[in-house]
Design a protein around this ligand. Structure first.
Ligand code: ZN
Length: 346
């Protein structure tokens, strides 16, 4: 499952590539992909047709595109994209699409690693990378096999929602004001966010995050610290991989209780989580797998940098003790038995 760094990579790609474009048409090719849309595919299309996409915004692992008639006004609606296990957003440019959709040889750039479009065989690739960081450049083969929905813009370009397992979905919904009056997420100054995301807390990379308040709230939860890290209503965007890595960096066992940790220790833990996600983001796109094929969510691009996650039995990079694997919330938890002492029971 994509985690915050992967979703942020997609957001940055969308901001560069589809914001400012006007939707001419919407096609839904699989009903599961709009299962949360109250009026289904017809409703989704009616809400988006003729509207201009104004911003690509992210909070935690949630991603949305705002749209409206007036770019300056706070958007009252947004297209929420949930990527699920295998969802991708791809941009198909009219210039790059020398072959018709579905024809072998056509290549679309993944949003998130936007850039080069390979033209049909024998033609010169169209390089759109000039304005983008090189780490965001990637090309992937386009296929209509798992194409679930697509937006066609007035200029002929398209945004594809490709989702092999159909756990992801698209939903055009109304927005609500943020409870603190600050921007709804990264990518827009508008103090609104889609209603279904209203209960999702700010993430650790959000400039509007009140870190001291987060530490205070976490201590009052009186729960295991790993459970708190994964609680999207407390702090969003931290998944299993980054939780384990952050706990290792902070030398904390995930079963430590939040009310028995000092504010300074909790602050260190949140800083470690932010740091590990920033590092993952910095290398985003260099080798991460386009389909997120690992069910546990271990994104290949950052796997080489992981200290403990997925490394049971291998030496801790700090002390050499073999990394241990324990069960936690039906998933594997990885930690160092020497650097991260399990708390005494009770
Ligand atoms: Zn160790």
């Amino acid at each position: 499952m994509p985690e915050l760094p992967e979703v942020e990579t997609v957001r940055a790609g969308l901001a560069a590539r589809v914001v400012g474009r006007t939707v001419a048409d919407v096609e839904v090719l699989h009903p599961r992909s709009v299962r949360r849309q109250p009026g289904g595919a017809t409703d989704l299309a009616a809400r988006l047709r003729g509207r201009t996409l104004t911003a690509a915004v992210r909070r935690g692992k949630y991603l949305w595109l705002t749209y409206g008639e007036d770019v300056a006004a706070a958007p009252d609606e947004a297209l929420l994209a949930h990527l699920g296990m295998s969802g991708q957003l791809l941009v198909q440019e009219p210039d790059g699409a020398r072959a018709s959709i579905g024809e072998p040889g056509m290549v679309a750039a993944a949003v998130g690693d936007p850039g080069r479009f390979l033209a049909a065989p024998g033609e010169r690739p169209l390089d759109l990378t000039a304005t983008l960081p090189p780490t965001l450049v990637r090309t992937i083969p386009a296929t209509t096999a798992h194409l679930r929905a697509r937006l066609t813009f007035h200029d002929g370009g398209q945004l594809w929602f490709v989702d092999q397992r159909t756990f992801g979905h698209l939903m055009a919904v109304g927005t609500v004001p943020t409870d603190d009056g600050a921007a709804g997420g990264l990518g827009s100054d508008a103090p609104v966010l889609p209603a279904p995301v209203a209960h999702i807390a700010r993430d650790l990379l959000d400039p509007a995050l009140d870190r001291a308040a987060l530490v205070r709230r976490t201590r009052t939860r009186r729960t295991e610290v790993k459970r708190a890290l994964l609680d999207q209503s407390l702090v969003s965007g931290v998944g299993n991989i980054y939780a384990d890595e952050a706990l290792w960096r902070a030398r904390l066992h995930g079963a430590r209780r939040t009310d028995r940790l000092s504010p300074a220790r909790l602050g260190e833990l949140f800083d470690a989580a932010a740091e590990v996600m920033r590092e993952a983001l910095a290398v985003g796109g260099t080798s991460f797998d386009a389909l997120y094929v690992d069910v546990e969510g271990a994104a290949g691009f950052f796997a080489r940098s992981l200290a403990v996650y997925g490394r049971a039995g291998l030496p801790c990079p700090r002390c050499g003790a073999p990394v241990r694997r324990e069960q936690f919330m039906n998933r594997g938890s990885f930690s160092c038995p020497r650097c991260q002492r399990r708390p005494a029971a009770g």
